[in-house]
Ligand binder design. Sequence first.
Ligand SMILES: [Zn+2]
Ligand SMILES: [Zn+2]
Length: 148
Amino acid sequence: MPKPEPQCPKCRSTKLRQKMLSDDTTQMDVCPDCRGGWFDGRELPAVLSCAVDDLSIPSDAERTSSVCPKCFVPLARIDYPDTSVEVDVCDQCSGIWLDRGEFKAINLQRAAFQDRLKFYESQPSPKSLKEAVIQFIDRIAVKYGEVR
Ligand SMILES: [Zn+2]
Ligand SMILES: [Zn+2]
């Protein structure tokens, strides 16, 4: 029996089209209707310079009504680490669905986040307890606050 063709988890009846990315080795599946894209879990770090290598799905992650185009199980909705972008992930194959624009948003936000972290880490060691506290709070703000 031939494998069923992968369908867009959002548009349901739209078939995904394979697209070769500019590096000529990575393929993704794109939806011609909503312009979202499906990446295999191991493909994302190859195409997204700031990708998280190992995206873990918390056990209490919200299940969506979208299904994985490969495994046909409901996708889990999670916050992509250090961004304000919510993505749909399959816990069977670790594939990830990005709506149109989310790919770019993750890339930009994670790059900005890493820049800011680098900036704070490059600051000289604190000379006083007060300075140490201020630096500590700044780092927390970068990690949890300003990103949203
Ligand atoms: Zn679609
Ligand atoms: Zn899957």
